[in-house]
Structures are given as structure tokens and as C-alpha cells.
Design a protein around this ligand. Structure first.
Ligand code: SF4
Length: 476
């Protein structure tokens, strides 16, 4: 989970301000830190810090970044490697001995970062952080080539894992997506008089914010180069398998974004339709765990003809619970975040819909609060399959120890969260709701453990820790 946004324009266009707005639209992808690198054609300047986009960039900072700049690259960060501190904010700067300065912003997770780091250390390279993005930066610095394109292509040929990246150099903005296409990345343009400004963004909602026209998604294994001559692209790595993260469709990406030509709000409503068909139940109202459970709850209500009602008020000022980096912060976030409406739910049988259960913290506490407010029955319906396996491709799902569904049956989970019934959407139901290809075209490893890329043994050992393997898990 991270957001990447970049603009390449000509003199007179405020690229820093455009990037600031683009990052605002991508705030949901990372709330720990934010940063921006800008280029005026010869030098690269950087501003990054801990906090939300609005906290990191004062009006004065944006004004200063914008002066004379023609290219900008911004990032919102949620940590998957490297701890939560300001030195780890992106973009990460580098200096190539022949070509000069630059910076890189990354969404994803490298699977061979440790091996590459060890090779670079052996060559005498000194690292300042534990970031896999710094491995990319140092790799770029230590790769021969006469042009940035050559250097970047050669560097990324050595990288294995999930990455959707932006690289800023004095005169180019380069976008790359790994050959599996785990994380989203798209390109657009702003039709300005004289010469359009070219834009790269993690999600289409960020293009909308700056009035950019969506052109297309960056293809898996594609490198896109934007500069004063326009846009050109090439394939730099191929794979016979694509594996876009299916969780982007369920939860991560914003509902007003479009992925694989699919508007996510519509797909999430269809997930609710599928849930209602798979697990109907007699009840008085359908309620959502807002906001991420709302589209599927609306879909469930449509398909079941049971009215949708608001039962939980969400504080608009609490960050997303799931992506808080620390468990104690998550717990406090849950309590602050959702408040029941007792008059609507007293004595009522509820179908409560959410998009996922990760650690179970939110679900258990919220069910307790709904019961305390008078709900007579609570039937949980989840618009994704149980998450039983960790993610190695850029999402902080943690180890199996932190996953409520790892090693537990659905009924054990139901008892743990205190629901009267519990049903998770099946993988076939999820694929039908998305309506864009077969299950083989997505990464769904956190549900079924079939990782599209072999995971290094040490990483696997760190995260696969089942306390009580259940017979059900053995069947997956
Ligand atoms: S393991 Fe899950 S969260 Fe990670 S990339 Fe695959 S589908 Fe997405």
C-alpha cells in the first residue's frame, strides 16, 4: 500500500501543485508519510516527512517546490519494509556517477531485496535505511549505462517482486510496472495549450482530481518514459502470467477508481449481489461497516430486497484502521471510529456487511457495540474469501499469527467475533463480481496460498507461523 503520482510538463505549469492534489487523492494508499521530488531540468530537489499530505506540505513548501520545476514525482507511504520514520519517507534520492541526480517512489515489495542488498554491500555500497526502495536506488546508482532508460532497464532486470514505480531524473519521468502487474499504475494527460502535461498515477481517481484524461494502464512489464519530446514506452520484461492484486478490487483502491476497465464501486456492489445469493438470511435490515463495506451492503440489500439502513456512524477524521502500523493504534482507532445508532437498530435482526476480516479487531469490537446498542441478531457477510495467508507483494497483512482466518474454521471465527452467522464470499463469486477475466489472472494468494512468484524460504519462514493448523487449511 503506497501511492505514486508524477507529472511531466513544460515551464509555466505548476507541477508541484498538481502533484500535491494528486497525492491528496491517493491519501488512502498511505498515511504515514508523504514526499515529493521536483526537477527544473538540471537538478532534483526533495521534500518529504512523516504525516498526511496536508501536514507534510505547507503552502510555502509547495510554492518553493513549484518554482522553476517541470517534472514532479510524489508519494504517499504505508510501510511494508523499513520502519515508520522520516528517513524512510519517499521518494528516495540517488546520484548516478555519469548521469546525475534522481529519486524513486515505489508501491510494492521486492522479494529479492535481501540478496541484492548483500551483493551491493559486498561491492562497498553503504545503506542508510532498511527500505527495499533504497535497494532500488542504490542499484540504479551502481548500474552502468549511457542513458537513464538504459540504466533503469538494466537495474530492474535484476529485481523480483511487486513494484509500480516512478523515477524522476533531471529531464525525464519514468514509470515502470512489474511483469505480473501486482499493483496498479496508469497514465493520463492534461490537455494544456501548446503541449499536454503527462501524468502517471497509482489510481485513476488521482487523474480525475487534476482534470487529467485517462489514457491507459501501464502494462505489466512496461517502462514508460515521459520528457519534453512526449511519451514513449517499451516492454522491459515479460511474463506469461499476470497477477494483479485482487484486494485492490475489494478494498485497497478507491471506489471511484477504474481498474481493468472496471469501476470499483460497481464491482463492490456486485460482490454484495453474489453474497446475497450465496448466503441469504431472514433479517430486518442490511447495514454496512462503513465506508469500505458500504457498496457490498448496498448490493446485498438490492439482491435480497431487505432495506439498507445506516447503523454505524464513522468519524471522518480517523485514519483507516487496517493500515495503522501499530496494533495499539489500531485498537484505539476502532473504538473511536464507529459509533452505533441505537434507535435504528434496537430489537432488529441485522445483516452486517464488511469487505474483509484481517485481524478481527474491528469486527469483534463493532459487533459488541451493535449488541450493546440493542441489535437482536447479527449476521456477518464478508465480500471477500477468508484471508489465511500473508502477503509478500506489498501489503502489510503481517504473519499468519495476525490473521484471524489462518488455521481457523469459519465457525471458529464466527464464535471469536461473536456473530450469529458468518459467510465469506467464495473465490468464484468474487471473480464473477469483478467480471474481468478468470481467477488465474489475479493474485489471490492471501486466500489460497498460491503465490504467483516463488517466495524466498526465509521470508516464508518469517511469516508462515500456524499455531494450530486446522484440517480445513490443509484442504486449501
Ligand atoms: S497476497 Fe493478497 S494482498 Fe497480497 S498481492 Fe496477492 S491478493 Fe493482493
Amino acid at each position: 500500500m503506497c501511492g505514486v503520482f508524477g507529472v511531466c510538463a513544460k515551464q509555466g505549469i505548476d507541477v508541484a501543485n498538481l502533484t500535491y492534489f494528486g497525492l491528496f487523492a491517493l491519501q488512502h494508499r498511505g498515511q504515514e508519510s508523504a514526499g515529493m521530488a521536483v526537477s527544473d531540468g538540471s537538478s532534483v530537489r526533495l521534500h518529504r516527512d512523516m504525516g498526511l499530505v496536508a501536514q507534510v506540505f505547507s503552502p510555502a513548501a509547495i510554492k518553493e517546490l513549484g518554482e522553476g520545476s517541470v517534472i514532479a514525482l510524489g508519494h504517499t507511504r504505508y510501510s511494508t519494509t523499513g520502519s515508520s520514520r522520516s528517513e524512510n519517507a519517499h521518494p528516495v534520492p540517488f546520484h548516478h556517477p555519469l548521469l546525475g541526480p534522481g529519486a524513486i517512489a515505489h508501491n510494492g515489495n521486492l522479494l529479492n531485496a535481501d540478496a541484492l542488498r548483500a551483493q551491493l554491500v559486498e561491492q562497498g555500497v553503504i545503506f542508510e535505511t532498511g527500505l527495499d526502495t533504497e535497494v532500488m536506488a542504490r542499484l540504479i546508482e551502481n548500474t552502468h549505462g549511457r542513458t537513464w532508460e538504459e540504466v533503469v532497464r538494466r537495474s530492474f532486470a535484476r529485481i523480483v517482486g511487486a513494484y509500480s514505480c516512478g523515477v524522476i531524473t533531471p529531464n525525464q519521468l519514468i514509470a515502470l510496472r512489474d511483469p505480473y502487474g501486482f499493483r496498479p499504475l496508469c497514465i493520463g494527460y492534461i490537455p494544456l495549450p501548446g503541449q499536454p502535461a503527462h501524468v502517471v498515477a497509482s489510481e485513476t481517481c488521482a487523474l480525475d482530481t487534476v482534470h487529467a484524461t485517462f489514457v491507459r494502464e501501464v502494462q505489466p512489464g512496461e517502462i514508460v518514459i515521459m520528457d519534453e519530446h512526449g511519451v514513449r514506452s517499451a516492454s522491459f520484461q515479460t511474463s506469461n502470467k499476470h497477477a494483479m492484486c485482487i484486494f485492490e478490487f475489494i478494498y485497497f483502491a478507491r471506489p471511484d477508481s477504474i481498474l481493468k476497465n472496471c469501476e470499483l464501486e460497481d464491482a463492490r456492489i456486485r460482490m454484495g449481489h453474489e453474497l446475497a445469493q450465496e448466503a441469504p438470511v431472514d433479517a430486518d435490515m442490511v447495514v454496512a461497516f462503513p465506508d469500505s463495506g458500504t457498496p457490498a451492503a448496498i448490493g446485498y440489500a438490492e439482491a435480497s430486497a431487505i432495506p439498507f439502513r445506516e447503523a454505524l456512524m464513522k468519524s471522518r477524521y480517523i485514519n483507516r484502521t487496517f493500515i495503522q502500523p501499530d496494533q495499539s493504534l489500531r485498537e484505539a482507532g476502532v473504538m473511536l471510529k464507529l459509533n452505533p445508532l441505537p434507535r435504528s437498530i434496537k430489537g432488529k435482526r441485522l445483516i452486517a456487511v464488511d469487505d474483509s476480516i484481517v485481524r478481527g479487531t474491528t469486527t469483534k469490537r463493532t459487533i459488541e457495540r451493535l449488541r450493546a446498542a440493542g441489535a437482536s441478531e447479527i449476521h456477518m457477510r464478508i465480500s471477500s474469501p477468508p484471508m489465511r495467508f500473508p502477503c509478500f507483494m506489498g501489503v502489510d497483512i503481517g504473519s499468519t499469527k495476525e490473521l484471524i482466518a489462518a488455521g481457523r474454521s469459519v465457525d471458529e471465527i464466527r464464535k471469536h467475533i461473536g456473530a450469529d452467522s458468518l459467510h465469506y464470499l467464495s473465490i468464484p463469486g468474487l471473480i464473477r463480481a469483478i467480471g474481468r477475466g478468470t481467477s488465474e489472472e489475479f493474485c489471490r494468494a492471501c486466500f489460497d496460498g498460491s503465490y504467483p512468484v516463488p517466495v524466498p524460504q526465509q521470508l516464508e519462514m518469517d511469516k508462515m507461523q500456524f499455531e494450530s493448523p486446522s484440517p480445513q487449511l490443509a484442504k486449501v
